[in-house]
Design a binder for this molecule. Structure first.
Ligand SMILES: *Cc1c(COP(=O)(O)O)cnc(C)c1O
Length: 606
């Protein structure tokens, strides 16, 4: 076990909410009241938050009244209070109550009994920021329809950029509908970059008779591109005729093949086997066939296998197929694992030394907020390798972060961020490089058009209060990781069938239910049956995941080996518990819920 440093242990034993704001007379080590930043499963913070919601409404009403104060009212009292309209109001009221009644059956993600997916109780700063901005409804696609909304976005993106170690003055980015779209943004830009480099190389080959190596050319990097373009006097009109984005890609590919002396088979997208499904969608959307979507095998711990990755890069080079983009995952969707981003970055740095610039994107949709642990004692809840990996996000070209997951922000709120402005540009020779002014007005360079400002405000208010550092936000995240560890230990002690998936880097525990020596097919059936029973029972929400042998064979073999099981099935079925809500850190909550969970698990796995 890697954890267990004093301040956290202390905070753990006393319970994070051991001290509320009014009883805070403790000396310096008084723990931060992380859970007090949430409404609470019993609406414990209800009266405070009712006041803040009221303040938002008061502001909203007053803003309207005070703006153009001399203008006449538009809706007369006679119309508002006519008997006909009063009947309309009644219907609206009834239907609203009908909606509210139906919402009582919505999935209750606020309770600590919800440990299912990557969502939990929202933080109050996020909820208040979202609600305040929602009422103003800016369209962040353009500053013409969003003045403050855009400003919030710029500031909030800078906060997230700083969180992952980028220089906030250089980084660029925007909020998206979620991690899926943010991942698309990376591939979209990488495609433009590739097109620039290849077009230039094709012009030089056709016009001047240069040799053309599509792999080398595609990875020349922006600096070399600018230099070459200038030195060799190639203008945009010439590039346009050689562009796959602007011309017919099949015709251009033929010309590349001719100059290269071998068939040009297009670029590849390299992702690790633990990637999220959105990468398949990205490849598909950009017209890459299965043949161009390369999976890097995983090691025994479910992380990208470095030798296999080196092999994939070498294979792309040998086949003359440029690497559109190479992805690492920080916080896998299945198990919250963190890829060795630092090792991948080292490998790509070595290629860069040889003039091969490969776009490295980190999909930190889930795990980006683990960076808030860094720099404080809190970081010791993570193993040293995972800390190094998170610190290395600062070195990569672009990153996806989902505030609507581990940021405790309402849906829909993802973010795409690049290390610098050059990487951010999405431009063809047709629409020349987007200049500073246009980066300010985002509609040209975002996949989405109209965009809400609510996520930006939610993230902004979170940053202003909880901050994205170790003291407060990091303490919440650390409490989730600690909760996962205690839960896992207690579960293993209580039920001999429980087989946790190792290593469990963060706040997610996956486990199967197996007897010693048992066949995997038998334990899979038990695990899935137990999951189905949990689904049908309201007391606890857990999720399940099935790891496929095509990516996870080494990890599956290691897992089954821990109880001398027999690998007679291709896939591994697991129950999955995500510890995001801050309430399990409270010993009373844990002592109350744990025996109930244990009893239910015993009943369901029988
Ligand atoms: C959730 C997730 C995504 C997709 O994000 P959405 O917000 O659901 O679109 C992408 N990558 C990873 C690693 C994720 O966990």
């Amino acid at each position: 076990m890697c954890c267990g440093h004093l301040p956290l242990k202390l905070l753990w034993r006393r319970g994070i909410n051991g001290y509320s704001a009014d009883t805070m007379t403790e000396p310096d080590d008084t723990p931060f009241a992380a859970d007090a930043y949430f409404l609470g499963p019993k609406s414990e913070n209800g009266s405070w938050i009712r006041g803040e919601f009221q303040a938002i409404l008061d502001h909203w009403f007053d803003w309207r009244r005070s703006l153009f104060a001399d203008d006449p009212e538009a809706i007369s009292e006679a119309r508002r209070l006519s008997p006909e309209f009063l009947r309309e109001r009644e219907v609206l009221g009834q239907e609203l109550r009908h909606l509210l009644q139906m919402l009582r059956s919505e999935v209750p993600k606020f309770t600590p009994r919800y440990i299912g997916h990557m969502v939990s109780e929202l933080s109050l700063p996020a909820l208040l920021g979202h609600f305040a901005m929602l009422l103003h409804n800016p369209n962040n696609t353009s500053k013409e329809v969003a003045k403050i909304g855009r400003r919030m976005e710029t500031e909030a993106i800078a906060m997230l950029a700083k969180m992952v170690g980028y220089d906030p003055a250089l980084a660029q980015g925007h909020f998206t509908g979620g991690g899926t779209v943010a991942n698309f943004e990376a591939v979209w830009r990488a495609r433009y970059r590739l097109d620039h480099a290849l077009s230039l190389a094709l012009v030089l080959a056709e016009r001047d008779g240069d040799a053309l190596d599509p792999f080398a050319a595609a990875h020349m990097g922006w600096q070399r591109f600018e230099e070459l373009k200038q030195q060799r006097e190639v203008d945009d009109a010439q590039l346009r005729v050689a562009s796959m984005v602007l011309g017919n890609p099949f015709d251009v590919a033929k010309r590349i093949s001719l100059c290269a002396g071998r068939d040009y088979r297009g670029p590849v997208l390299i992702t690790p086997g633990n990637k999220h499904f959105s990468w398949q969608k990205a490849a598909n959307l950009l017209g890459l066939g299965e043949d161009s979507f390369w999976n890097t095998p995983l090691d025994q711990e479910g992380r990208v296998d470095m030798a296999a990755l080196a092999n994939n890069i070498a294979m792309a080079r040998d086949q003359g197929r440029p690497i559109l983009c190479l992805t690492s995952v920080a916080g896998t969707t299945e198990a919250g694992e963190i890829d060795p981003v630092h090792k991948v970055a080292d490998m790509l740095d070595a290629h860069r030394q040889n003039g091969v610039h490969i776009w490295h994107h980190v999909d930190a949709a889930y795990g980006g907020f683990f960076c808030t642990l860094l720099g404080g004692d809190t970081e010791k809840v993570l193993a040293p390798e995972q800390r190094k990996a998170l610190r290395a996000i600062a070195r990569v070209q672009s990153v996806t972060i989902d505030p609507h997951k581990l940021g405790y922000v309402p849906y829909s709120c993802g973010a795409f961020i690049t290390k610098d402005e050059h990487t951010y540009r999405a431009s063809s020779f047709q629409a020349p490089y987007i200049d500073r002014a246009d980066v300010d007005d985002k509609w040209r360079c975002t996949l989405e058009g109209s965009r809400s400002g609510a996520g930006a405000a939610a993230t902004w208010l979170t940053g202003k209060t909880l901050g994205f550092g170790p003291k407060k936000f990091g303490a919440i995240i650390a409490s989730g990781i600690e909760a996962r560890k205690v839960f896992q230990d207690d579960l293993v002690k209580a039920n001999p069938l429980v087989r946790p998936l190792k290593p469990a880097d963060t706040n997610i525990v996956c486990f199967s239910l197996a007897k010693p020596g048992e066949a995997l097919s038998v334990s899979n059936a038990r695990t899935l049956q137990t999951y189905a029973r949990f689904q049908a029972h309201p007391d606890f929400s857990v999720s399940k995941t099935v790891l496929g042998a095509n990516s996870y064979s080494a990890l599956i073999a290691a897992h089954v080996g821990t109880y001398n099981g027999v690998c007679d099935a291709a896939d591994l079925a697991l129950l999955r518990c995500v510890f995001m809500n801050p309430f399990w850190a409270n010993p009373q909550t844990r002592d109350y819920l744990m025996p109930r969970f244990v009893a239910l698990l015993a009943e369901f796995s029988d």
